[in-house]
Write a protein that binds this ligand. Structure first.
Ligand code: S3P
Length: 449
C-alpha cells in the first residue's frame, strides 16, 4: 500500500469504515471546523421552544440527536424551521403551554433529549405524554431523573419502577426541592432546573463535582432567575419566570474536536488547526489531560461568543507520556474518555483512568467496548470497575472492530486505525452521524500519504 485509503462501504443495514494505512504511514494536515456543540444545540432548541417570541440559532449541530429534540418539541407545539447550520428559527410556545401530542415522543439515541424533556413534561399540569427511544436509550437508566422529579410531585410510570423508557408522564404542578445529586451529571441537573422553572418557589441542585454549565448560562440569557454557588456546586432556580427568545450562536463542539486533537498528537508529522471550538471550562478536561500527557496544543484567538468562550486549537504531533486521570476532572471530559484511551495507547507508560463508572451507562458500555475493540488491534487495555488501565507503546495492527452503534466509539476507533498497520474495518461507522455527520469526509480531507 503506498497511499492511504479511507472509504465507507455500505451494506444492507449499516456502513463500515475502511482505513488502509500506507506502508510508510500517513499524516494529517489542514485547518478544519467541527460541527456545533451538541449540548448547546439541544438547549437552544428546547429553551427556544419554551420561550415566548423568536429564537434564532446559528451553527446548530445537524446530527441525529438535535433532530430528535427538534421533532419532539415540534410535536409539543413549537414552530421550528428546517434544521440547517446557517439559521434555525424557533417560535416558542411559552412555559406551561405545551400541547399534548397525539403520538409517542421519540428521543431516538439521545439521553439529553429524553432526560431534559422529562423535566419539562412532568411540570405541565393536566397533560399526558409518552416518551421512548431507540434500543440503546431504552436500556439507559432514567431513575436518576425520575426519582428527583417524583420528589417534586411528578407522576411517571414505566418498567422497573419507571427506571427505563418507554415512560408515561402525567404533568403536575410540581413543588420545589433541594436535590443533592449522587452523580455529577449535567443531564440530571438540567432536568431538575427545567422542572424548577414551573415549580413554586426555589429549586436547588447540588452536585458532587461541577458538570457542564451550558443550561445555567443559557437559562440566564433567556431571562430565568438563577443563583450559582461555586463553593458547593449548587444552582438555584426560581419558579415562575418567563423565558424570552434570544439569538444563540453555537460554537464548535470540543467533544468532536477531541478526535482531531488526539489524531494530531499521535500521527507522525501531523499538524491541524481546529477553528471556532467552544472552550467552556466545564468542558476542557480533555485539553488538561492531553497537556498532562505532553501534547503540543495551543489555544489561539480566544474570545467570548454569545456567552460561551471560544478559541482556535492548534495541535502538532509529538511524543506522549502516560497519565493518571480521576476525580473532579472526570465530568469535564466524560465524553472524551474513549478518545483519551486511544491517546494512551500511543503514550509511553501505563495510563490509569478511574472514577469513570458513568461510562458504563452511556450510548454503550464505553469501558467494556473500548477495551475489547482496542485489544483486537493489539493494544493492552484492561477494564477496571470504574475505568481503564492502558499500557501504551505496543504497535497497533489493523483488525475488524465494531462501533457497537456508539458514535464516539466509531470515531475513536477510526483515529486509532490511522496509526495501525494494514487495514482496519470499523463496522457500524454510520453511528458517527449522531454527533458528527461529516466526520469521514473531514478525515478523508485531512489525511495525506
Ligand atoms: C450532556 C451531559 C453528559 C454527556 C452527554 C451530554 C448534556 O451526560 O455525557 O453527552 O448535554 O447535558 P451526563 O450528564 O449524564 O454526564
Amino acid at each position: 500500500m503506498s497511499t492511504a485509503a479511507i472509504a465507507l462501504k455500505s451494506t444492507e443495514d449499516r456502513q463500515d469504515l475502511i482505513v488502509q494505512t500506507p506502508t510508510a504511514g500517513l499524516s494529517l494536515q489542514g485547518c478544519l471546523r467541527v460541527p456545533g456543540d451538541k449540548s448547546i444545540s439541544h438547549r437552544a432548541l428546547m429553551l427556544g421552544a419554551l420561550a415566548q417570541g423568536e429564537t434564532q440559532i446559528q451553527g446548530l449541530l445537524l446530527g441525529e440527536d438535535p433532530r430528535s429534540t427538534a421533532d419532539c418539541f415540534r410535536a409539543l407545539g413549537a414552530e421550528i424551521s428546517a434544521l440547517n447550520t446557517e439559521l434555525v428559527t424557533v417560535r416558542g410556545i411559552g412555559l406551561g403551554n405545551l400541547q399534548e401530542p397525539v403520538d409517542v415522543l421519540n428521543a431516538g439515541n439521545s439521553g439529553t433529549t429524553m432526560r431534559l424533556m422529562l423535566g419539562v413534561l412532568a411540570s405541565q399540569p393536566g397533560r399526558f405524554f409518552t416518551v421512548t427511544g431507540d434500543s440503546s436509550l431504552r436500556s439507559r437508566p432514567m431513575s436518576r431523573v425520575v426519582k428527583p422529579l417524583q420528589q417534586m410531585g411528578a407522576q411517571i410510570w414505566g418498567r422497573q419502577d419507571a427506571a427505563f423508557a418507554p415512560l408515561a408522564i402525567r404533568g403536575e404542578q410540581l413543588r420545589s426541592i433541594h436535590y443533592h445529586s449522587p452523580i455529577a451529571s449535567a443531564q440530571v441537573k438540567s432536568c431538575i432546573l427545567l422542572a424548577g422553572l414551573m415549580a413554586e418557589g426555589e429549586t436547588t441542585v447540588t452536585e458532587p463535582a461541577l458538570s457542564r454549565d451550558h443550561s445555567e448560562r443559557m437559562l440566564k440569557a433567556f431571562g430565568a432567575e438563577l443563583k450559582i454557588d461555586p463553593e458547593t456546586n449548587s444552582v438555584t432556580i426560581s419558579g415562575g419566570a418567563k423565558l424570552q427568545g434570544q439569538p444563540v450562536i453555537v460554537p464548535g463542539d470540543i467533544s468532536s474536536a477531541a478526535f482531531w486533537l488526539v489524531a494530531g498528537a499521535v500521527v507522525t508529522g501531523a499538524e491541524l488547526t481546529i477553528e471556532n471550538v467552544g472552550v467552556n471550562p466545564t468542558r476542557t478536561g480533555i485539553l488538561e489531560a492531553l497537556e498532562m500527557m505532553g501534547a503540543d496544543i495551543t489555544l489561539e484567538n480566544q474570545r467570548l461568543v454569545a456567552g460561551e468562550p471560544v478559541a482556535d486549537l492548534r495541535v502538532r504531533h509529538g511524543s506522549l507520556q502516560a497519565c493518571q486521570i480521576g476525580g473532579d476532572i472526570i465530568p469535564r471530559l466524560i465524553d472524551e474518555i474513549p478518545i483519551l484511551a486511544v491517546a494512551a495507547v500511543f503514550a509511553k507508560g501505563t495510563t490509569v483512568i478511574r472514577d469513570a463508572a458513568e461510562l458504563r451507562v452511556k450510548e454503550s458500555d464505553r469501558l467494556a467496548v473500548m477495551a475489547t475493540q482496542l485489544n483486537k488491534m493489539g493494544a493492552k487495555v484492561t477494564e477496571l470497575p470504574d475505568g481503564l488501565e492502558i499500557t501504551g507503546g505496543t504497535p497497533l495492527v489493523g483488525a475488524e472492530v465494531d462501533s457497537c452503534t456508539d458514535h464516539r466509539i466509531a470515531m475513536s476507533l477510526a483515529i486509532a486505525a490511522l496509526n495501525a498497520t494494514g487495514t482496519t474495518t470499523i463496522n457500524g461507522a454510520e453511528a458517527a452521524a449522531i454527533s458528527y455527520p461529516d466526520f469521514v469526509t473531514t478525515l478523508q480531507k485531512v489525511a495525506i500519504g
